[in-house]
Design a protein around this ligand. Structure first.
Ligand SMILES: NC(=O)C1=CN([C@@H]2O[C@H](COP(=O)(O)OP(=O)(O)OC[C@H]3O[C@@H](n4cnc5c(N)ncnc54)[C@H](OP(=O)(O)O)[C@@H]3O)[C@@H](O)[C@H]2O)[C@H](O)CC1
Ligand SMILES: [K+]
Length: 505
């Protein structure tokens, strides 16, 4: 599903109204029904409810929900903030409909507001601002948001937590954003929901289908897409029944300085579990026994010259794709070997972990990475690499620029890992959980990517499939072990289930 901007959502909304011949107030009612349905399925009529409605259509939604809840037998107190006497037409109409239920349901605030005493079991419905927020909240609205956040009550935000911009929050006033327990958003995830630091505002997320025009959605052009199983499934090539191990490619993994052999084992085993024909591990001689025993299927490509660090691979070694980085350290010998290898590499390349830390110290190397090289930084690695600002939106913009200017595939790891392609498109992943934030998890991802590259998947496709499968393997591991107990090996052990689940095997 696409992730449109707030402006595009407005256009889709307007098109739906004209194309379907539905009035805007009826579309608002449709949205309010789905909100009410989601709320009543989770909270019973014994829950006291307080609704805060703003001056725009987000407020209109909130007033309609208040009316529907009252009709459903809930005790609801509603406050409409009409400070500048500029409420939208549909918000005004919804206020009238709410008032028509009788006295005392609606309090209109036109100047100062004395916050009510709220019992701990109160459910707050936040309909102050949605996609129409145009600047950070200040003054009375900022105070109101701080009050909401201080109550300790459960908060359900309509469409967007009030105060959160749909895209760029790098200059926002972060204290003036509602911290929702649950956000019920309409039709699309918003770009800001993809950034890790905004999880504290969004809380749990539920997307409500309010049937906006699908033809308009399909013709809306946006670089951002949220990818789910159906999309990924279509990217697979059939596996040839008559294939031999040569057909499915040889992957080379340069990993594991002495003391970090586990990184080589994890990347190597993930690679083997992801379908390539042969895996070679280039690693210091001292890791020999560990890897021979831990991964008997792999061919160890001994690094004879140096016992502890990685050296260049001899130029007559043949492989179809190469991954460099898991646990290699940043020793000067390794750094020299990395430089040498990058210069010589003619096949698809993935750079991860310490390879990226070495490049961060030699930023000019970015200029000669082969086209379509995949890099897989976590936020700190990306910051070291580019000196970008620390918020998700700024980071994404820099990643998009880097991807486009250097023809790289940048996989920005996070809760919703972003895959930035050189043509400007960005895909956000839908799988994965907090249990995957564990040592070695990135090595597993690199192993899956290089396996798919060795099988001759296009780098962009390999990146998309690998990120999805990796997250899915983590989700399957979590379904039996729970998020607290997952290790990187558990992710490897669930790669096969992840393939089978996706491909219905
Ligand atoms: N997606 C859909 O198809 C549907 C969405 N619905 C709901 O509509 C809102 C969007 O409604 P909109 O009226 O465009 O916007 P808001 O309600 O978010 O707010 C607009 C008003 O807020 C004022 N504003 C903006 N920023 C501030 C601020 N920092 N401080 C004070 N006031 C602010 C703005 O005034 P301006 O001065 O900027 O003009 C407006 O008065 C969407 O989120 C959904 O909830 C439909 O109901 C169903 C279809
Ligand atoms: K809201």
């Amino acid at each position: 599903m696409i992730i449109p901007t707030a402006k595009q959502i407005k256009e889709i909304d307007a098109f739906t109204i004209s194309d379907e011949g539905i009035s805007s107030i009826d579309l608002m009612e449709r949205a309010a029904y789905s909100l009410t349905d989601a709320i009543t399925s989770q909270w019973s009529t014994s829950t006291p409810i307080v609704v805060f409605a703003g001056p725009g259509n987000n407020g209109g939604d909130a007033l309609a929900v208040a009316r529907m809840l009252i009709c459903g037998g809930y005790a609801v107190k509603t406050y409409l903030f009409n400070i500048a006497s500029r409420i939208s037409a549909d918000c005004k109409e919804e206020a009238e409909r709410l008032k028509s239920l009788g006295e005392g349901h609606l309090t209109e605030i036109t100047s100062t507001f004395e916050p009510p005493e709220l019992s701990a079991d109160t459910l707050i419905i936040d309909g102050l601002f949605g996609t129409g927020l145009s600047r950070p909240l200040e003054g009375g609205f900022a105070t109101l948001v701080r009050f909401i956040n201080s109550t300790g009550c459960t908060v359900v935000s309509i469409d967007v937590p009030s105060g959160l911009m749909c895209e760029d929050n790098s200059s926002n006033n972060l204290e003036s954003i509602v911290r929702a327990s649950l956000t019920l958003t309409f039709q699309f995830r918003k770009l800001a929901f993809m950034f890790d630091e905004n999880e504290m505002y969004v809380g749990k997320l539920k997307v409500l289908d309010i049937q906006l025009s699908s033809s308009k959605i399909n013709s809306t052009s946006t670089p951002y897409e949220y990818i789910e199983a159906d999309y990924i499934r279509e990217l697979f090539k059939p596996r040839v029944n008559s294939g031999n191990k040569g057909t499915f490619g040889t992957a080379m993994i340069v990993a594991g300085q002495y003391g970090m052999a586990g990184a080589a084992l994890l990347a190597g085993s993930a690679c083997l579990r992801s379908g390539c024909g042969k895996v070679m591990v280039h690693t210091p001689l001292l890791n020999n026994n560990i890897i021979q025993i831990g991964l008997p299927e792999a061919i160890i490509h001994h690094d004879y010259n140096e016992k502890r660090f990685c050296n260049p691979i001899s130029s007559d070694t043949r492989f179809d794709a190469i991954c460099i980085g898991p646990g290699i350290g940043t020793h000067t010998d390794t750094s020299r070997a990395l430089y040498d290898q990058i210069r010589r590499t003619r096949c698809p390349l993935v750079l991860d972990a310490d390879a990226l830390n070495i490049i961060a110290r030699n930023k000019e190397w970015l200029d000669f990475l082969p086209a379509k090289t995949i890099i897989t930084p976590h936020p700190l690695e990306f910051q070291r690499l580019t000196d970008c600002k620390n918020d998700g939106y700024s980071r994404l913009k820099v990643a998009q620029e880097l991807s486009e200017s250097h023809e790289l595939i940048v996989i920005l790891k996070g809760h919703h890992t972003a895959i930035c392609l050189p043509d400007g498109r960005v895909y956000f992943n839908s799988t994965g959980n907090s249990g995957m934030a564990t040592a070695g998890s990135g090595d597993v991802l690199s192993g899956i990517i290089v396996s798919l590259l060795a099988q001759h998947y296009q780098p962009s496709v390999a990146a998309l499939i690998a990120v999805f499968l990796h997250g899915k393997a983590g989700d399957l591991a979590s379904s039996t072990l729970g998020e607290y107990s997952i290790t990187a090996s558990d992710i490897v052990n669930n790669i096969s289930n992840s393939f089978r689940d996706l491909l219905n095997m």
